[in-house]
Design a protein around this ligand. Structure first.
Ligand code: SF4
Length: 334
């Protein structure tokens, strides 16, 4: 039985460039906490971007920008290697083998894929897009991931990885009879989802409703001026309903000390939306000040950031090569 600090967790994101505060609240904050208790690997999932976007012009630059935000947020690359998926060829090799272990019908049942097709209004999808959960299984199992941090809605994804690991272990084992892959467990996490400035449920660059981790106080204030509030509260003096106001959601996350005051001020009308927005902008700016400072430092040292990635890639590669040696041995591929 493994202790927690022997258990492996692989977490990753597609490289989307500079990250926003929704990424921090929804994932990074949790990753930083997990690195105290578990052995973490952090994947820059650049091959996964191809499932929905074939334009690779910005992938390299976006990967560096994302790594800067990860490190500035507190990921320690010495302890938790950060690496680009495309630099470790074993991901694609294991993906190829795993793609023989699952049926097309099973992948078509993937509820997340169905949602994506609907949201993106896709008339057709590629073979690679259908198979992206198989690439995810390879990403996780190459490092023998024991736990996969997911929200409740993503458990079906982990099921595909579990199924593939189970089928492989049943068909192939090492000469001493040992299985190669753990059957990873979902680690259910309450990922907070931060709504976008326009009030949409998700903060997303494609919706242009984000506050970036790199945004300074002035920029946050400018963006916040357009934020969605109670549409019936038009001026100071009007009574408002904080429960339907996006800005109040941000106060709950970033300004807990003043939350009662804000609520009462909004409801009575004594607080105007402009002042309320300027207040939360300062609080958000303060909350992320240390990250922004560290990010600005790293921005000047991109060569060093690249070296950090290369170091993470060397560490990840040595694990990946070992796993593939075992896979070939178990499959008697020589
Ligand atoms: S006063 Fe604040 S909480 Fe109330 S509607 Fe305006 S922005 Fe929202």
């Amino acid at each position: 039985m493994k202790s927690n600090n022997e258990k492996v967790i692989l977490s990753g994101m597609r490289p989307t460039g500079k990250l926003h505060i929704g990424h921090y609240v929804g994932a990074l904050e949790n990753w930083v906490a997990l690195q105290k208790d578990y052995k973490n690997y952090h994947l820059i999932a650049d091959y996964h971007t191809l499932t929905t976007n074939l334009d690779t012009t910005m992938v390299f630059e976006d990967s560096i920008e994302m790594a800067i935000d990860w490190i500035a947020s507190g990921i320690d690359p010495e302890k938790s290697p950060i690496f680009r998926q495309s630099k470790i060829k074993e991901h694609t090799e294991l993906f190829l083998i795993f793609s023989m272990l699952i049926t097309k019908a099973r992948l078509e049942k993937n509820p997340t894929l169905k949602e994506q097709i609907k949201a993106m209004n896709l008339q057709t999808i590629t073979y690679g897009h259908l198979g992206y959960p198989v690439l995810q299984a390879a990403d996780i199992l190459l490092y023998k991931g024991d736990l996969v941090p997911v929200g409740e809605d993503q458990v079906p994804h982990v099921e595909i990885t579990r199924q593939i690991a189970g089928v492989f272990n049943e068909k192939y084992c090492l000469p001493d009879g040992h299985s190669i892959f753990p059957i990873p467990e979902p680690k259910i996490t309450q990922f907070a989802r931060l709504p976008g400035l326009d009030g949409k449920a998700k903060m997303s660059k494609s919706l242009d409703n984000t506050i970036l981790l790199s945004d300074d106080e002035e920029k946050i204030k400018t963006k916040m001026k357009k934020a969605f509030t109670d549409p019936n509260k038009l001026r100071k003096g009007d009574k408002g309903n904080p429960d339907i106001c996006l800005v109040y959601t941000y106060h709950k996350k970033f300004n807990g000390n003043e939350i009662n005051e804000i609520r009462e001020g909004c409801k009575s009308g004594s607080l105007g939306c402009f002042d309320c927005k300027m207040n939360i902008s300062s609080k958000i700016s303060g909350y992320f000040a240390a990250i922004r400072e560290k990010r600005a430092e790293l921005e000047q040292k991109k060569k060093e950031v690249l070296e950090i990635l290369e170091d993470g890639e060397n560490k990840a590669r040595s694990v990946a090569v070992q796993t593939m040696t075992e896979v070939r041995e178990a499959m008697k591929l020589g």
